[in-house]
Structures are given as C-alpha cells and as structure tokens.
Design a protein around this ligand. Sequence first.
Ligand code: NAD
Length: 423
Amino acid sequence: MVREAAATSSRTDPWEVALQQFGVAAELLSLKRGIRELLSLPKRELTVNFPVQLEDGSVRVFTGYRVHHSTILGPTKGGIRYHPAVTLNEVRALAMLMTWKCAVVGLPYGGAKGGVICNPKELAAGELEHLTRRYATEISLLISPESDIPAPDVGTTPQVMAWVMDTYSMHRGFSVPAVVTGKPISIGGSQGRIEATGRGVMIVAREAARHLGMPLHGARVAVTGFGNVGSVAATLLHEHGCRIVAVTDSRGGVFNDKGLDPAELLRHKAQTGSVAGYRGADAVTNEEVVELPCEILVPSALEGEITRQNAARVKARLIVEGANGPTTLEADEILRERKVLIVPDILANAGGVIVSYFEWVQDLQSFFWTEEEINDRLERIMVRSFREVWAVGQERKVEMRTAALVKAVSRVADALMTRGIYP
Ligand code: NAD
C-alpha cells in the first residue's frame, strides 16, 4: 500500500518523498501510531529573516532555516545549504534523512539541516562572510557542541564553517571548535574529512561488488558529478583496478571505454574549471552517462538523476549513491524489478558524517588522530554498516534502501521506547 503510493508520487516535494520512504519502513516495523507520528514530524523548526549590508551599501533581507528532526539518539547533526532553491520542506526532508543516516551507521546523533535562500556565487567574499556570521548568530539559539553541530553542504565550504565557529566562539568568549565540523585543519578540522564521503562510496562499492561476485579489477565505472564526492570515489576505485569510463560535471562530460585517469582529469579540471574538453576522450552528457554500458554507476551530482524516463536503460548492475536522492521513487521500482543492486544514499554517502563525528570527538578531547587512524576507523564502520544492512535485507527479503531505512528507524524507535515518554 505504502509502496504503491510511493511509486506513483511525484518527486517534486522532497518532504513528501522522505515521509513516504519513512512510511515504508514504519509499515514493515509495525510501528505504533504515536511513535510513527512523532518520527514523521520535525522536533523543532526555526525560520530566521535577517538583514545583510551588501558592498554597494544597500541592505538585503535573507531567509534561513534550521530544523531538528530528532534528538532521540543524541545532539543533532546536519549540514547548512546555501542555494537559491532552498525551501523549508527541503530542509525538513534533509533533516529527517540525517536522522536515518546517523542511525544506520550507529552514530550517537539525531538529524538536523539548515539552509539560507541565496546564491553564494553572486555574493562577494565579504558579503558571504557577513551573511554567514549573521545567520550563525540567528541560529545560535539552537547550535552548540552539546545540542546541534552543523557541517558544510551544497554551497557552503570549510571557510564558511570557520566563520560559523568564529562567530559562535566570539559570543561565548572562548574558542569552541566542536560547534561545527568540516572546518579547515588549522582550526580543529579532521584529517581525511575532505575525502571521507568518496572513500566511503569506494568501500561500499567494493563490498557490494563482492556480494555480486563481480571483480572490481577491470569493472567499468561511470561517475556523474566529478566534484568532491565523485572525484574521490573515482580516484579510489581507479586505485582498486576499476576502469573509469566516464565522468561529468555541470559543464559537460567525457567518455573513453579504455579508461580515464582521475588524477589527469583533476589536473584538467583545475586548469579549465571542468572535465569537459579533456583530450583523448569523447564528449558525453550527464544523461548519456546514466545509460552507458558499465558495471558500476556512481551518481554523485544532483537529486533525481535516475528517473522513470531512463531507469529502464541503465546498464550498470550496481548503483552506489554518492549524491543524496539521485534515484526517484519511480526509478527505484523499475531498477528493483530489473535486479539492479542499489546501495542507498543514507548508507553509501555516510562517510562524510562519520568523519565529521570523528572531528567532533577530536575537538571535544583536544586530541587529534592521524589520517591512517581516521581511514581505518571509517573503513570499519562502513564495512560493518554495509554488512548489517545486507543482513536485514536478506532476513526481510527487501532491497537495500528499505533495509537501511528499517535498520535506522528501528534503532531510533528502540531508543525512544527505552528512554520513555517524558514526563
Ligand atoms: P560538489 O559541489 O563538490 O560536486 C558536485 C559536482 O556535480 C560538481 O562537479 C558539479 O559540477 C556537478 N554537477 C552539478 N550539476 C550537474 C549536472 N547537471 N550534471 C553533471 N554534473 C553536475 O558537491 P559534493 O560535496 O561532491 O556533493 C555532491 C552530492 O553528494 C550532493 O548530493 C551532496 O548532498 C552529496 N553528499 C556530499 C557529501 C560530502 O561530504 N561532500 C556527503 C554526503 C552527501
């Protein structure tokens, strides 16, 4: 019933999609009505309208949000997005997904998300700093190392996190590095954080390929979105012997069936701003890459890349979701019927929040780990989480997305029942 509703809905409202996905897990777990209702609502939402003085002397008012979905497992964790299309429903949906993502890999966090409706590319560096410091001040009602720890998301950077940390610290009167993660290393950031999400993608791709009996060596890999996540995933899969046959970014893409060298592509991108035009490869669009002959597809750009329109033409046997929400609900159904294995976003791209957790722990104890220690611990958590989700899938005879949600939702619901209902 819930699955049918999910299959026919449009993907335009991310909050509707998040609720439908939660509904599938809630049905399978036979969650009691009250618990189901509680988990399907954000715990608290803050909307802030605030002024920023621009460089031409004018004042512009921006709208921002911070949403806490759940605090059952611990303080909330989630990124801050700067994008013109930010909406409260998108922030709500991403906050709920963060609850499940943290729960599925066993982190002691609830989910949160923040966003400001703005185009950071149109703001001067000074304007971006003022916007960030004012937004951080406005949401300081909610954030702290004990209650809510933001991180970068689309449109925000380690520098933006540095401004949030500095603003919060100025108000407190002393440095509080643990209030945000994804900071530059010089002010309490962690080794391995920048590569963490792509590294996690590589680890689960390797585990999934093993289950499919597919050798990684020589496997053809197509990557959409050669940004932070996609480029690291491509580089590490290349190191494991995969043949990277195609990559794209917002300005175009390249294809070569003999394989591409990610290090050379990164050099080309650093020089020209895009992978497009790389010599020794044919031009290809993002839409074409989704349908290319390959064994592994790693969507790492945007939401809704694999849709009802193209899912039947996907050739890959394995999809590892580097991006958040790259597969629509309708495409999910088609791929399920076609027996394409999908490692879902809440598991596949959890490497970022796992190393953010390490960053927070290191900041709280003021004792820092080596990159080797970080990568070892990340590897252990990703492998363990993959195996646990796989086992749930086998036991309940459901695909990995539902299995991951079932595992996450049951962990949060169990914690809620153990804590009890206050007062
Ligand atoms: P990024 O900005 O570094 O990279 C995104 C890439 O996608 C860029 O290369 C951009 O050019 C490309 N892109 C944009 N529009 C495109 C289009 N239409 N066709 C093809 N390519 C396009 O961002 P990122 O940090 O790598 O994040 C990518 C995805 O991964 C997002 O969905 C994000 O939410 C998700 N994610 C990121 C992290 C992280 O730690 N960075 C963690 C979890 C999830």
